[in-house]
Write a protein that binds this ligand. Sequence first.
Ligand code: BGC
Length: 714
Amino acid sequence: MLPVLNERMESATAHAKELLSKLSLTEKIGQLSQFGTSIYNNKREYFPEHYPEGKIGSYLTVSGAQITNQLQRDCQEKFPTHIPLLFADDVIHGYRTTMPTPLAQSCSWNPSAAERGAEVAAKEAYVAGLRWTFSPMVDIARDPRWGRIVEGYGEDPYLCSRFAEATVRGYQGKEIGEKYHILACMKHFIGYGACIGGRDYNEVDMSPQTLYDIYLPPFQAGIDAGAATVMSAFHSMNGVPCTGSRHLLTEVLRNECGFDGFVVSDAGAVPELIPHGYAEDWKDAAQKGFQAGVNMLMAGDFYNDYLPQLVAEGKLTEQEIDEALLPILVLKILLGLFESPYTDESEEAKFFFCEEHLSVSREIAKECVVLLENNGILPLQKNQKVALIGPFADEKDHVLGTWSCRKDPEKTVSILEGFRKAGVDVTYAKGCDICEGCDAKLSEAVEIARKSDVAVLVLGEGEDMSGEAKSRTDISLPQIQLKLLDAVLETGVPVVLLISAGRPIVVEDFREKVAALAYIWQLGTSTGDAVAEVMTGRCDVSGRLSVSVPKSVGQIPVYYNYPSTGRPALGKIWYETGYIDENAHSRYPFGYGLSYTEFEYSDLRLSANEMTADGSITINCKVKNVGKRAGKTVVQLYVRDLVGSRVRPIKELKGFEKIDLDAGESRTVTFILQARELAFHNEKMEKVVEPGRFRLWVSKDSREEGISGEFEVV
Ligand code: BGC
């Protein structure tokens, strides 16, 4: 349900209906059309010739207070019915102040931090004239070859759902129309992350149970949090392109999930029904997209060009057009665009990169670093001489990640700058570029490493190596960087390896050779400050993986919540579900990450050993920081349905809490597990909580045994 008071909703609906009665068919269809950068020639096109006829309702990728005001004014003057334009953009992880990528943010396991980040992004976008963002992307991703894994919140439906609702709230505020807030758009409906082979835009073939139990929950969580819009996806799902699927966009999204906002197509996804072989021509594509439930067409004239004819021919009715338009008008009204269509041009300077926003980006970034290996070298000691090496060590652009469209790399704090600000005794050599290098540069790096106590190498992927249409078959470090790493390792100086990337990188060849290994992902504007704070131990390292890290590409997809298998069997059959050259386990499991201190989990207590299908149990456990310094841990609750009418996952995350404890301090962490959270779709696609025994674990990651108990649903 849209987050608005009933009264406001009623009056907005009445106002929208009144407007509808005054609009011509052309003007109505115009409101369903969005323009901006042309997807075909990548040129900015404003189509001012559409204003007098009212053939434009929204712009994408047009932002900035001055230009949006100018276009709005121009349109208002020329468009007789004066319906304000709605400006949208891909504000994915920040507008000017760049936050860590969504994948990085999900490794914070701190949805409130992500909510704050979305709020800051919304504020900067708002003062730039935008009222709508194409974010969050809540596609579950189990395949790190897929370039867009960087845009989402990882592999798990529960974790992703918490980030979906948090970011929707962050963008939209408490109520639609709140100042400095904008509309959210959950994308891409649905199953986009399951593209076969990790190839972007590729088909998806999926059981309805997997769709409903794994891929749908984050969308449902965002809808329940009030997401105003949803974007249809490019790919086909079980043979039908999502953008042409009435089943998905209307029956599932609206009728079953209760979505009451509007759907925008992905850019070009409606005309792409033609190359899919699902529509005959542009007119057929426009009809199929519209009838499926695409309210607004992104980037193009296909609705303007063909819907009027389709109405004239009786293939569509004007009433259907009205129904598609109503939620768009309602949202324009709720946003307050009719009273204040313009943006105060003095506010951009006040808010872009302001201290408060930088501090939010710093706080989030610190929490996203995931420490995978540490022989005790981290945190760095004050008196150590540090050689900082690598193509990402003094980098300000690539570390911002994909979709940082209005970035300003000049404002980025590089890791070198961060180390210097933090007083680290540091020398620097780049060593090589991202994908190429020469011996002279390499030797320079080896030279400074030799003269240091520790070498910190920052290696990884450029921002253009993950993201849309950026899938890779090889997810290791580029050859030249491996060469640099080897050369520095040969000096015998301990190496701390930090990986800056948009996806998990395979680390088999070197993880045992380095003294410490961490993923820093792409942390945004405050990269250097955050990395320096974490590396010097001024704060704990507290990120945990939101995706499993494979040992090799051949293992993909590898994820923690896979359904049980029949083998290894009970008897004397030793065949396993792995490979003859590798077992089935990821290198680092979902939920994994080290701290600088140690925690002990004990005293598991369940309020009851059984609950009814509509009941709940309370789970308590004691967590103690048994190390010598303050630190953070993510307490994770997993369950397993031991016997089901369908094969159940070996573990499923059902709760988590990130806590901060002083050395020696302990705290009781409480989870309330509702039986309804144990529901799944059975063979007949009924959503059921089946009676029977369940095992639960409270643990530090999805593989660790932790402490465990059992309960029964009766
Ligand atoms: C992407 C969307 C994005 C849109 C607008 C498309 O290519 O798939 O995620 O929001 O472009 O830029």
